[in-house]
Design a protein around this ligand. Sequence first.
Ligand code: ZN
Length: 623
Amino acid sequence: MKKVVLYILIIGLVYACGTSKRLITIKNVPIIASLDLINIKNDKVEVSINPGAFVANNVSFKIPMTVPGTYSSDNYGKYIQDFIALDYEGKVLKVDKTDQNTWLVPEGKKLDRITYWVNDTYDTENEEVEPVFSPAGTNISEGKNFILNLHGFVGYFEGFKEIPYTILIHKPADLVGVTTLPLEPNRKPDPLWDGYVANRYFEVIDNPILYAKPNKEVFQIKDIRVTLGVYSPNGVYAASDLRERMEEMMIAQKAFLGDVDSTKEYAILLYLSDLDKSDAAGFGALEHHTSAVVVLPEALPKERLEQAMVDVVSHEFFHIVTPLTIHSKEIQFFDFNNPKMSKHLWMYEGTTEYFANLFQIQQGLIKESEFYKRIMDKVANAKSFDDTMSFTRMSANILDEPYEDNYANVYEKGALINMALDILIREKSEGERGVLWLMKELSKKYGKDTPFEDDMLIDEIVAMTYPEVGVFFNKHVIGNQPIDYSEYFAKVGLAMIQEDIQTGYFLDDQTAFIDVNEEEGNNVFVRDNMNLNSFFINLGLQGGDVFRTFNGEEVTLETMRQIVTRSYAWSPDTKVKIEVIRNEQIIRLEGVVGLPTLKMDKIIAVEAVSADFANLRNAWLKE
Ligand SMILES: [Zn+2]
């Protein structure tokens, strides 16, 4: 009996690895993607993609043009080279490249597998006009580090995004992967091979992998297991150096969120970049359902690195609420190569950024004065964007100008919209409810796999809250009316006052009043759309003025550097003569430099407000 069984088994095996390959169609078998991190050539990684058999011709293979959370068109296909399609006999098939991110195999029925070489994005950041934001990018540093944002390495076959993937990584024995991508079950441990599985293409790109020498910490925050993986090129930081602040912060985040359903596992992949080399320069992070990729300079001193990590990682972690839990169909069924944008960046980024600040005051990580300063910094930063641009319209068109240029306002005005909304809902509910309550209600109704209708969300929020909330959205989020923040501060017994703050003449650590136009021969000009200090105002300088001469000396980037250095030694009665070009005319200005001060808005608590105002403020900040 045994023999027979064996005999059938052998027949079966022969059948499976022989000609039957064609019988296992693409829909019935995972796509196997292999990345070779050992045999690097010219800083490139070879990838092979092996799908089941196709039953029709004209097979299109695509690498994403964009991925969720980046809100930019990055065309990851441009980092792919030497694309080859092979048939079952190992012969090369004809391939047509139909756009930057698409390869078409006309004889699709013959297609066995494809191979190509991938260039990383970190090395080319300096050469690109609009480089890929580093946390969404890729790094190939032979024998040392790999940032596998897998959308840069692994593509999908059009029409087959829902097929499972097996991802095999051939890797140096001394490098380990940190990721939330599940390991392939039943795979024998092998120091040179890691196997991972993903249920669909979205999961491939939603779970980046950091490969580096072992440098990680694992800790438990209630029911979440957190892994912090670090790559520090010069060995400056160990994961253990950063663990304490991360742990303290995430405990506070969990306490703030309360019973919001969240992930059981979370990974923070931190890449520290070497500023002395051509390295990643887009600092910040990109969110995923169960992890975040963070890129920051290794040169930051510990205290500043920790604070940057607290601000950045807390923001990414709050993305678990939105868009990862609460999102529209546009995001649920994300089209990587022709995406439809949702109207609700005020929520996806704005609410997230607002929470990343609010939880710090509510949980006692920062003082009230620091919270107010952060709010006023956002008010000041929002001034450099178009305050009359409809937020919903901007969001739906964020990949196009002039909307794209205003994208960063989602972190400034986007957060302020949520602050005003929070105060409004608190006022109407006598302190009982706020934006966090609203998000909890929405997350009960929707969820990771239950998207909302993009056009219905605001009506739904109004139905859940108050008619005044509808008026607010119509005026300030859908409409183009700027928000008068002092109106909202007054509801919680706060007022905005102006204060004179001493600054440098041309710049200080927070702001620069001048800038350089690299496209126009390094012209030095006065920055536009910002509050200028008294030195500029009293001399009659205006935003947009281009410096021509300073005390008779021609102004170039070089001489301007010297003038800025000399300005630190000026006294208030130092006299200067300046020529600027304004509207193609030369304007001559002169006078004493004075003591440079800047009018800054500041939030203060109004003395002797009624208990109602004070209670509402407490409900807002101390709940
Ligand atoms: Zn974000």
